[in-house]
Design a protein around this ligand. Sequence first.
Ligand code: TXA
Ligand code: MG
Length: 350
Amino acid sequence: MKKETRILKIGAQGQDDLILEAAGTIKEGGIVAFPTETVYGLGADALNHQAVLKIFDAKGRPADNPLIVHVDSKQTCMKIARNIPDKALFLMEMFWPGPLTLILERKDIVPDVTTAGLDTVAVRIPENIVALKLIEYSGTPIAAPSANLSGKPSPTNAEHVLNDLYGKVDVVLDGGEVNIGVESTVLDMTSDVPALLRPGKISKEDIELCVGDIIVAYDDRICPETERVRSPGMKYIHYSPDSSVILVEGDHDRVVTRIKELVDDFALRDAKIGLLLTDETKKNINSSLSYSLGSKDFPEHAAKNLFLGFRYLDGKGIDVLIVDGSFKHEGIGMAVFNRIRKAADMIIKV
Ligand code: TXA
Ligand code: MG
């Protein structure tokens, strides 16, 4: 059903009257897109079955993929989760507010629709001030997946949200560009040894410094439907552009050589190519259509530019999107590689 979408532009001061208006929409059971420090989320009252259903509807999200519940305090977290292990409490102390989502045992107050019927719930306190105020003024936990159509890259600004969801959501809170650019780290705390279900800015090493060894339970490729997966989101394609995506990863010089060969090859076949390149690689390659991932030595730049680049190049009607994987694998670099590998039709290691 077509809705009237209100766009509320928030200034640097986080204009309270507009956030209050958006909170009113959440309270009434509507859906609101809002900025977080990672990506934009599409929020509804996590405890209101009908409201949460609207999120699945607007995104075209499969009903068996549970949502992250955003809270503004540990007290509210205690209202929706139980038997919280000490390790989880310690991680909250260290990383909240911030881009770490913890999977905990859920309380009955959380409706099945929010957790896709699981007996666990995903929770985080976001760091973005607009997000925090929205939760506070709404007076309820806010369930929010990334605010993109299912299968599209997560949105890192309000324009992306509007491209995907205009006419499908009640309100878009425009708080400018996000800080991080890839989604939060997801960590399952319900097993004796915590399990990393999705890499993000908070790295395996960051977590292990606090709570000792953890298990890596994610796969960079899409899991086959038949395999039992710990995080339902793992089995879905995250980004499927019309073009094919080729990732070339490895040592910088060899990546440059291989990308040049690919560009020549595709040019012979009259294919329209888009390139997502580090600044160092870009200096060595002549191509009219490229988008910058930033310096190869700063994976946080790649994180910020990745989804922007995907959306920009996809909008140019290309046949092939070649991604330069010569930036560092360290820290958030692992999360960036994870997102690209999941999107890739072909991975070339050189
Ligand atoms: O940074 C983020 O996490 C953003 C912002 C808006 O907070 N949200 C986000 O949500 O990326 P979404 O729905 O796009 O990704 C949530 C992931 C999915 O892969 C989902 O399957 C998994 O978390 N998840 C949610 N609840 C879970 C649960 N109870 N057990 C296991 N995995 C869960
Ligand atoms: Mg998502």
